[in-house]
Design a protein around this ligand. Sequence first.
Ligand code: NDP
Length: 250
Amino acid sequence: MISDGSFRLDGKLALVTGASRGIGYHLAKELAGRGAHVIAVARTVGGLEELDDEITKAGGSATLVPLDLTDLPAIDRLGGSIHERWGKLDIMIANAGVLGTISPIGHVEAKVFDKLMTVNVSSVWRLIRTTDPLLKLSDAGRALLLSSSVAHSARAYWAPYAASKAAVEVFARSWAEETKQTKLRVHSVDPGATRTAMRAQAVPGEDPETLPTPAEVAAKIALLCDPAIDETGKLYKVQSGKLLSYNNPS
Ligand code: NDP
């Protein structure tokens, strides 16, 4: 079932990583616009403050968490802090990610590979681990993990990033399977090519005007936070302005 978009999130608490720019920024705005209080995580304080200004001006509210996701113990502490202050979490979106370098697999520098795996994989697992008990306390917990089409389509020179996104999809499927008897619903979602800094780094020659904006893409992804959705463990993608479910490659 794809949401018709008419739902509200008043009284809900949503955590979004990578909220300082790009898709995460607009996901945070979108959820706040629907009434959720947003916990916005990223390193760039300026980007988070800009987000906070926009959310506040629109009548919403946010808590800013300047955090480097390579600081894995800090992610563990985040769950504890959320529990102490709010006692539950309704939505968790693991959106932050890095591309690393696009190069032949044997040429990737170890430090680039390790950082990519830390941000794209280890931090996502830590987020899952620290938010799982909080999301289960929600009456309609929702978790979304941001993936990419390269997780299941061979593309030369993208191996580390592709492998990290494949891992994320497996996390989502496994977590969904483990929690299907609860009210938590878990999906992975490929946003598709989107006009962001990451896309410009990945495909520098491309005209960004030909790509959908992160606001347009985020509006579609946010539909997966509809408390009425009952499915879990699905893989979604945003394509041609639509949110589509596609078969898990399992
Ligand atoms: P951007 O590069 O525009 O934004 C990435 C976000 O991640 C920023 O807010 C950045 O914040 C945050 N981030 C990166 N490293 C860290 C870190 N160490 N600690 C905390 N936050 C961090 O990316 P997009 O918006 O394009 O991508 C969002 C997601 O969508 C990613 O997971 C990406 O892989 C996926 N995706 C994107 C596509 C696209 O075409 N744009 C296509 C397919 C998938 P800061 O630097 O402030 O810390």
